[in-house]
Each structure stands twice: as C-alpha cells, then as structure tokens.
Design a protein around this ligand. Structure first.
Ligand code: ADP
Ligand code: MG
Length: 339
C-alpha cells in the first residue's frame, strides 16, 4: 500500500494547525513524524485515520482518494496515545473489537485474536479485564487490537510515551520487529528523536504544522537541509556566525572557523555535532583550536566535555581521553544562511 498525503491543511478557527503537509509512505515502510508538543502531530494522524476532516489537500491510498470514506472503511487503523481500550471488556474482546466492526465470522475472529496476542506475548491474559493489566500490558493490547485488523496502514500516536524508559526501549524493538514481520505501513508519531532515528526507514520533522527534512535517519542526521532540522535531530552546538572573509566565519567572541566553500551572505547559523569535535595532538591543522575543559561528564562508552574554545562554549563527545586543556579539531559542521 502506498500512502500519499498531499498539501494537507487544517485550521482551528484562525489557527493554522497544518500548513501544506505532504509526504509519501511506501509499502511496508516505517515512517515517523517527529515533532514537539503542539506541532500538529495528532491532528495529522487523525485526519489520515478519518477521525478529522482537513480544510484542504488530499489523502490517497494506492492512488485512491479516501477523504470521503469513514474510518472503518479506510484500510488504516490507529493506536491511540492513551490506548483507548474498553476497561469493562476483557483482553480478547478488546482485540476482537475491530474485527467485529468489520463483520468477520466468529471463528476467524477467534483465530486472529489468539494469534495476535501470542505474537505480542500476552496470550495468557485472554480473559482478564484490561483495567487489571499493567501499563505495558495495556499498550500491548492496544497494539494487538490494531494489528489484528488486516489493515495495511497502522497509525501510531505516541504509543509509548506513557511507559517508563526500560519498557519503552523494549517495546520500541518489539514494534520494529512487528513491523518487519507484518510488512504493514507504520506511520509513527513521536516527540522522541532517538526513537524516530532508531525505528524509522524514513522520517520527517513537523514544526508549527509544517513538515521539514524528509529522509532516512542517516540523511537527516548527516546532511540536514535546514538549521532547525540540524538542531532538532541529534545533539547540536548552535552558533551564530558572521562572514569574516571569503571562507572564514567568526562568532562575537572571536572563534573563527574555516568553511570549505566561499561564503555567500553575512550571517550564518552553524551546527557542530558533539562527536565532530575530536581531540588532536597539536595545533596547526585546519579548524584546530586550543580548548579548555569547563565540565567533564563520564558516560561509559564515551565522555562528554563542556569546552571553552576561543570564547565559544562547545560540547564534545569522545571516547578518547582529554586533559584539562588541549587541542581539538572541528571535523565537520553544518552551515545555513541566518534567517
Ligand atoms: P501535537 O499532537 O503535536 O501535540 P495537536 O495536533 O494535538 O499537536 O495540536 C496542534 C495544535 O492545534 C495545538 O496548538 C492545539 O492546541 C491545536 N488544536 C488541536 N486540536 C484542536 C481543537 N479541536 N480545537 C482547537 N485547537 C486545537
Ligand atoms: Mg499529540
């Protein structure tokens, strides 16, 4: 199934919640939409599910416009942020719900429910009320309810945000594996950038109703197209810099970077990832600076240093050792015209 979202807009009164959102999700692709609270994520996914109508734009499932279809006639199911389970029903009936809605024979329903719950490792809880289950188990039931329905598109609205960190990490891997085995399109909404990077085949960043930076996690991480995207995905040192001459940039404090290409414009936003700062033996190379350590944080596989580099405060992450003072090289940085 190919999902195409075309130029979607949604207004609440005068407030533009979605502003020309377009993206595609291919068959069996894990596509995430990453954004802060209030960026329009839930609005977007509810429109795809058919729970909300847009003011403009189209939604195509394999090229067919589905905007007129009610939710249960679309080939899509949704896993809600708050699970939206029926507390008075048992696990079996919760998972069977979507299948009954689709009027499948009882025997098929039974088989599918048991099979799905087995996949998710909760087949021993068939007849328990969901109100008696832990948060993690309830989340599994909610996922099972969606997966059991034979829909090509599964829509997730921050499904793991209510779980504690350990359980969340576990469920992330499980979701990825469910997606690989069931080969559905997963549209996954999250505010957790680490989650989006590790799970997605492709992702996009939503900000104030606009979509930025569509691509693979690798593309967006290593070659972001916007300052916002560069700063939002991964850890980032952000600097406002000014053109000093053809290829040199400087901050107010006098930290000077050499750019690989000739600079066009006056002010630039520069992003340096912490791992692109690397300790080196001596002065002299390109973009090598003397640095002094303001703070050091041990993180196990690497250390994080807060450095003073010619008046600029920069975070460095490195597995290499580094004294109170030394030389560091900026191996790579991203540069954008300042807006
Ligand atoms: P997210 O899921 O990313 O937190 P939402 O899609 O829930 O964002 O909301 C996006 C924006 O639209 C928010 O500013 C929110 O206050 C507003 N909004 C959402 N639903 C409604 C509504 N029914 N009426 C008015 N404003 C709404
Ligand atoms: Mg939301």
């Amino acid at each position: 199934m190919k999902l195409t979202v075309e130029n979607l807009t949604k207004k609440y009164g005068n407030f533009l919640a979605l502003d020309g959102v377009s993206f595609e999700c291919d068959h069996a692709e894990f596509f995430s939409v990453l954004g802060k609270s209030g960026s329009g994520k839930t609005t977007l996914i509810r429109i795809i599910a058919g729970l909300e109508r847009p003011d403009g734009g189209r939604i195509l499932f394999d090229g067919k416009d589905v905007l007129r279809l009610p939710p249960h006639r679309r080939n899509a199911v949704m896993v809600f942020q708050n699970y939206a389970l029926f507390p008075h029903l048992n696990v079996f009936e919760n998972v069977a719900f979507g299948l009954r809605e689709r009027r499948l024979p009882e025997e098929d329903i039974r088989k599918t429910v048991v099979q799905t719950l087995t996949t998710l490792g909760i087949d021993d809880k068939l007849y328990r009320r969901v109100s008696e289950l832990s948060g993690g188990q309830q989340q599994r039931v909610a996922i099972a309810r969606a997966i059991a329905v034979n829909a090509d598109i599964v829509l997730f609205d921050e499904p793991l945000s209510n779980l504690d960190v350990t359980l969340r990490r576990e469920m992330q891997k499980e979701l990825k594996s469910i997606q690989r085995t069931t080969r559905r399109n997963f549209i996954y909404i999250t505010h957790d950038q680490e989650e989006a990077l590790m799970l997605s085949d492709r992702l996009a960043v939503l900000r104030d109703g606009k979509l930025f930076e569509q691509g693979t996690p690798e593309d967006i991480y290593h070659a972001p197209k916007t300052f916002f995207g560069a700063g939002f995905i991964g850890a980032a040192n952000k600097l406002l810099m000014q053109r000093l001459d053809k290829t040199l940039l400087k901050t107010d404090t006098g930290f000077v970077l050499k750019n690989g290409e000739e600079l066009v414009g006056k002010f630039f936003d520069v992003v340096i990832r912490p791992e692109h700062l690397v300790p080196v033996e001596r002065a002299g190379g390109e973009n090598v600076f003397k640095a002094s350590v303001k703070e050091r944080y041990f993180k196990g596989a690497f250390c994080e240093f807060l450095l003073d580099v010619e008046g600029a405060e920069l975070v460095m992450q490195t597995p290499l050792s580094f004294g109170a003072e030394g030389f560091v090289q900026v191996k790579k940085f991203f540069i954008f015209p300042h807006e």
